[in-house]
Design a protein around this ligand. Structure first.
Ligand code: ADP
Length: 471
């Protein structure tokens, strides 16, 4: 599934959730609104009955057409309010039904009382008439009192229902907010995790390729946008690798071609210096010696480029001979001791007594160790000490070259293994080089299925360690 589809789906889920929650909230809001209206209806009923009772009293005391009309009007109003709509359950329905019955009974009693004033009664005894009217008035007032009590019950019932509704509404809103936040957070996390994981893989891959490992391919099996980007990255790396290979092949060819005439020049200069072509004057000899030294440097550089190109074009085939590392390291140290002495530097070799022979290519490993030792000397002041320590474990043999020189900053430690990488460091006197030594060391160690590591601190010194696997 593409990232775009994922984003669309997650947005749809989000929208559906918001829509669903809005509908539920609207329904609950409507229900709360009805509960409020019911409570208000209860209050109106109560008010109307109380007023009717008051008018009943007035009517009994001083009967007037106005109070009669008012009573009738209130009766009609109450009739309308008592209509059983928006009921909240059987309890409310029961109260309202009783109230309607009571209301009709009140009307009947009131009408009978009124009739007793307007039509001549069967009995003409004023005492009987008065007691009849008193009885009716008493019943009327009792019924209205009962109605007031019922209205009170209705109000209490409606208020409880409203309170429950409001609490429910509050929790529902809270729940909806929490749910939406939760779903949004989960959604955001899922999408960002997918994106950041994919970006992490791409970034790490790009960094590895940028660090010079052009054979690295970004692993991204999914067919989404990142998969396509990884594919594009990988084909870019393949093109770069191809260009790099062509360049290395060109350097290899050129180095071969340069080496032959440079070696011939060296031979002729040696003949001249040795006097085979006649005696040379002092100035001529000096100039020739300088030319000889420059030619040696030129040959050294050509050789270095040749080895690097060989390592890069798979033309370097390792021999993997069982090698005595103790002897190899001591040979190198002895050979370089003279050069170190010119800087008043010393070198010591530490080796375990019984060291097993390790399957390596001694000539290629020699190039690496010589390079590390030369660097240790070049990047250390005079009178400093260099140590070479050989160790073995069950899985690997290590050769560590440690100096107390100028050291390398953390920022530069990642750069110095790249091709043609030279660092202008504090405390460094101008040292000539092409920035190929450590790059070649890394390549040769990789061909041995090993690696080279560095521990260094600016101003304190560096330790380069070669790790050679034994299994
Ligand atoms: P070069 O042959 O030109 O010296 P290298 O690849 O051997 O190139 O070294 C690359 C850079 O690493 C050097 O320019 C130097 O700044 C740094 N470097 C190498 N070895 C040391 C060391 N032992 N101490 C401090 N800096 C070092």
């Amino acid at each position: 599934m593409t990232i775009r589809t994922k984003l669309i789906i997650s947005t749809c889920i989000q929208l559906a959730l918001v829509g669903g929650v809005t509908v539920v909230l609207a329904i609950v809001l409507q229900a709360t609104h009805r509960a409020t209206a019911r409570t208000e209806r209860g209050t109106s009923i109560n008010q109307a009955i109380t007023e009717m009772r008051f008018i009943t009293f007035e009517n009994l005391l001083n009967r007037s057409d106005r109070s009669l009309e008012q009573w009738q009007a209130k009766y009609q109003t109450l009739n309308r309010i008592l209509a059983p709509v928006w009921l909240d359950g059987p309890a409310e329905r029961a109260i309202l039904t009783t109230m309607v019955t009571q209301h009709q009974a009140v009307k009947t009693l009131f009408d009978r009382l009124e009739t007793s004033y307007q039509e001549p009664m069967t009995t003409s005894d004023p005492k009987d008439v008065a007691s009849f009217r008193e009885r009716l008035a008493g019943q009327l007032l009792v019924k209205q009192q009962a109605q007031i009590t019922e209205a009170g019950q209705l109000i209490a019932l409606n208020q409880t229902a409203l309170a429950t509704q409001q609490i429910g509404f509050f929790w529902l809103v809270l729940g909806a907010i929490v749910l939406m936040l939760l779903v949004t957070a989960i959604n955001a996390r899922l999408v960002t995790t997918t994106i950041s994981r994919a970006l992490g893989v791409l970034q790490q891959g790009a960094a590895t390729i940028a660090a010079g490992d052009l054979g690295y391919r970004i692993p991204y099996p999914r067919a989404d946008e990142f998969g396509r980007l990884a594919k594009a990255f990988n084909s870019m790396a393949a093109s770069l690798q191809q260009i790099d290979r062509t360049k290395s092949e060109f350097i290899l060819m050129v180095s071969h071609q340069l080496r032959t005439p440079a070696t011939a020049v060296k031979g002729f200069m040696a003949l001249l210096l040795d006097g085979y072509m006649g005696k040379l004057g002092i100035r001529q000899t000096e100039a020739l010696r300088a030319a000889f030294a420059e030619n040696e440097r030129q040959l050294g550089l050509i050789d270095e480029m040749l080895v690097v190109a060989q390592a890069e074009t798979s033309e370097m085939i390792l021999s993997h001979l069982p090698t005595d590392l103790d002897k190899l390291v001591n040979d190198i140290a002895t050979a370089q001791a003279v050069v170190l002495k010119s800087k008043s530097q010393t070198v010591t070799v530490h080796c375990p007594k019984r060291l097993p022979k390790v399957p390596v290519d001694p000539d290629k490993l020699r190039i690496v160790i010589e390079n590390l030792l030369t660097n240790a000397s070049n990047y250390s002041p005079e009178h400093k000490h260099i140590s070479i320590t050989v160790q073995t474990s069950d899985v690997e043999a290590t050769i560590a070259v440690a100096d107390n020189g100028i050291g390398i900053t953390k920022a530069d430690q990642g750069k110095i293994f790249q091709k043609f990488s030279r660092i202008a460091q504090a405390g460094e006197t101008r040292i000539e080089g092409a920035g190929l030594g450590l790059y070649l060391a890394k390549k040769i160690m990789m061909l041995h299925h090993g690696r080279i590591t560095l521990v260094s601190e600016a101003g304190k010194g560096s330790t380069f360690t070669l790790h050679l696997p034994l299994v």
